[in-house]
Design a protein around this ligand. Sequence first.
Ligand SMILES: C[S@@+](CC[C@H](N)C(=O)[O-])C[C@H]1O[C@@H](n2cnc3c(N)ncnc32)[C@H](O)[C@@H]1O
Length: 269
Amino acid sequence: MDNALRRALQARRLSREPAREADVSKLPKLEDISLSELFAGDGLAGEWERARRRIGEVFPYENKWQAVDVGVRRALWYLIRRWRPRSVLEIGTLIGASTVHIAMALKACGQANAPSLVTVDLNDVNDPAGRPWMRHGVSASPREMLQRLDCADLVEFVTASSLDYLPGREDEFDFIFVDHAASADIVYRELPPALAALRPGGQLLMDAYYPDGKPLHPGGVAAPGPHLALRRLRSEGAGIAALPLGALPWPTAPGGSNRLTSLALLARE
Ligand SMILES: C[S@@+](CC[C@H](N)C(=O)[O-])C[C@H]1O[C@@H](n2cnc3c(N)ncnc32)[C@H](O)[C@@H]1O
């Protein structure tokens, strides 16, 4: 299905959703986020190289189907090291490419009270019978990888839809990573409770955000869900903005030259 058709179908489904209110007050202000400083001058390169090699002993340093690419893995690791969140929520675990990088960065932050990561997926990503990770060319489940990396105790796996997990939560998260490229109606329903679950000043990072619904590369795929959902929230008065990270300081594939990412931070206007 081409991008225009996918977008039109999702826009139609989204238009059938009743309006929802989104409280954006906990998001950082737009003017307080400097994208050019996000990865600049952190002096983390040496530490990252050691973490990458260690993680590479259990998770292959190569891009895997549907999992975050190597550029996004590094970006997640840097952001966690820089912001030092105490509690992180990830929506979309799949094979745990992002999960192991977030967990290793949390471990490296070395806070006195152990930080925590909750990772939520529709499917049981550690199912010993179905072994879903094998379909992606990975030899161990996300939980097993975390055990080998000595950070399984930081991570809780939840098998649920974000639409069931998020509403009415009392705990708050310093950092939320949404990585599921779900359809626009799902993202539209998910964002208000996700914003409510954020600790004031926390960060919400989305993947699969394609500004104007355009692919990053000619002929590429542009998942329309996050862009359409945010556009509707804005049209209904929510002062919410997406800041696409654009080009990362490093390539998105080993040995490659492309740096473009569909990651975007959310902010309030
Ligand atoms: C792009 S993959 C995530 C990749 C993963 N972050 C990684 O790096 O390995 C998307 C995952 O989101 C899950 N998913 C889709 N919609 C969801 C929802 N509403 N709530 C929770 N999980 C969802 C899918 O089952 C799928 O495993």
